[in-house]
Design a protein around this ligand. Structure first.
Ligand SMILES: Cc1cc2nc3c(=O)[nH]c(=O)nc-3n(C[C@H](O)[C@H](O)[C@H](O)COP(=O)(O)OP(=O)(O)OC[C@H]3O[C@@H](n4cnc5c(N)ncnc54)[C@H](O)[C@@H]3O)c2cc1C
Length: 322
């Protein structure tokens, strides 16, 4: 089945929720890059199962787009089906007595942190500084301020879009998600539908103070503007930002993309930047750090549409040399 046929089948099954040649740039924090061949907005689990039934035979490249805060889409765009969760997937349900928070895959992490803090569920405050979604946090095992998703996640509900007629939302305990530093076993055709976090009972004012402190720290140490946070993962026992800074690369510019003066592992896309400027800056910085230090940096940023799809026909994400 061609991508065109997939789009037609999706338009039949999910009317009003499918777009062709849809711009994705504004769904990402970099705000650059080309269109998705097909974009589908899914509002509830029934629609997700319908989507899975259409995609199972054709298995096109799939891209889940959360808050787009760790994505760089190539200028050539994404030749597959981009999936955005909305409506039911934005729900948050908090049980303060059990210190438990259930949140849909599309819930913004800062909102999760603030809602939990407001009812005295502590331990989730670090999410306030990470501008992603619950689904993106599970997939990336996002973390900061000494904590990561794995520390507070209890379980996640996951659907494999390629499971065909057997497609069903499965509950995976945190141990079954293989979470490690910015890694999980959630792959490109898996949708994190919702997740359950467990914090601890705490004083509301103390939780809110922690939130304010994290927000203050981020403003002081990280740049605003268009970026996707850390471009490279920290090598074991070191910091990618320190290596980039030591190689003298702060302020390095390619086209409209520039290494931040404030935080060397943040690359800014200025108003005239293209995705390819950012990608060339990534390659250049990696090569110059390798020359200067012998360390081969690995991207944390998900670079989409820069390489051929992998064997599953679903990733379309650029491979890293590790
Ligand atoms: C200013 C700034 C600061 C940041 N600071 C941090 C930080 O401190 N720590 C940190 O870890 N990250 C940080 N990030 C990066 C980013 O916020 C995280 O990686 C976040 O988890 C990405 O979530 P997202 O919803 O934006 O995912 P996206 O960028 O949309 O996607 C990232 C990956 O997750 C997948 N994905 C998204 N939603 C789902 C879903 N529902 N189901 C399955 N897969 C999904 C995508 O397909 C993609 O592979 C920062 C980014 C910015 C812009």
């Amino acid at each position: 089945m061609s991508l065109d046929d997939v789009a037609t089948a999706l338009e039949d099954h999910l009317p009003g929720r499918v777009w062709r040649d849809a711009s994705v740039a504004e769904l990402t924090t970099y705000r650059v890059g080309g269109p998705a061949a097909v974009l589908v907005r899914v509002g509830d689990e029934a629609a997700l199962l319908t989507l899975a039934s259409v995609l199972a035979c054709s298995r096109p490249p799939i891209l889940l787009v959360g808050r787009g805060s760790n994505l760089l889409i190539a200028e050539a765009g994404f030749h597959g089906v981009a999936v955005v969760l909305d409506d039911d997937f934005t729900a948050i349900d908090i049980d303060p007595d059990a210190h438990r928070v259930r949140a849909g895959g599309a819930v913004p992490l800062p909102m999760l942190a603030r809602r939990a803090a407001a009812v005295g569920v502590g331990g989730l405050e670090f999410f306030v500084g990470i501008p992603g979604s619950v689904g993106g946090a599970v997939r990336m095992n996002a973390g900061g301020h000494g904590r990561e998703t794995a520390d507070v996640l209890h379980r996640a509900w996951v659907l494999d879009l390629f499971a065909g007629s057997d497609a069903a939302v499965e509950v995976r305990d945190v141990g079954a998600l293989d979470l490690s530093y910015r890694h999980s076993n959630v792959d490109a055709a898996h949708v994190v539908v919702r997740a359950e976090f467990v914090g601890e009972s705490d004083d509301v004012a103390v939780c809110e103070d922690r939130i304010a402190e994290i927000v203050r720290w981020r403003r002081e140490h990280q740049p605003g503007g268009s970026n996707a946070g850390s471009v490279f993962r920290n090598p074991p026992g070191d910091s990618a930002g320190r290596l980039i800074d030591e190689a003298g690369l702060k302020g390095l510019r390619i086209g409209g993309a520039v290494v931040s003066e404030k935080h060397a592992n943040f690359f800014q896309a200025e108003a005239d930047a293209t995705a390819d400027d950012v990608a060339r800056l990534v390659d250049t910085v990696r090569a110059r750090v390798a020359d200067a230090t012998g360390v081969q940096l690995v991207t944390e940023l998900r670079m989409i549409g820069f390489d051929e799809p992998d064997h599953r026909g679903s990733l379309n994400e650029r491979k890293d040399t590790r």
